[in-house]
Design a protein around this ligand. Structure first.
Ligand SMILES: [Zn+2]
Ligand SMILES: [Zn+2]
Length: 90
């Protein structure tokens, strides 16, 4: 999937049961709309840490971060095309 500056990452922790040698067990993993998925984890918190790490990895440089997340419908880790083309306000 091609990446662009307008691509939005919307990750979530997904989970399901899997058969293991010890029987059925819950397996958690971070999954993102960009196609990145984390490794299988035994704990939700660990998968959630993978998710947080992914967002830190994809966060744009400060000048491309949105300065009006409410108005532009973006998240802190999104590059905002509306804001990126503007000079900083201060
Ligand atoms: Zn992503
Ligand atoms: Zn913006």
């Amino acid at each position: 999937m091609p990446l662009s500056t307008t691509f939005r990452h919307r990750p979530e922790v997904v989970y399901r049961t899997e058969e293991t040698s010890a029987g059925a067990a819950w397996v958690y993993r971070a999954a993102c709309t960009c196609g990145e998925t984390g490794p299988r984890r035994a704990r939700w918190a660990t998968a959630n840490a993978d998710l947080t790490a992914h967002l830190a990895e994809v966060a744009p440089p400060a000048e491309e971060q949105c300065r009006d997340q409410h108005g532009h419908g973006t998240q802190p880790w999104d590059a905002c095309p509306l804001c990126a083309g503007q000079d900083a306000l201060f």
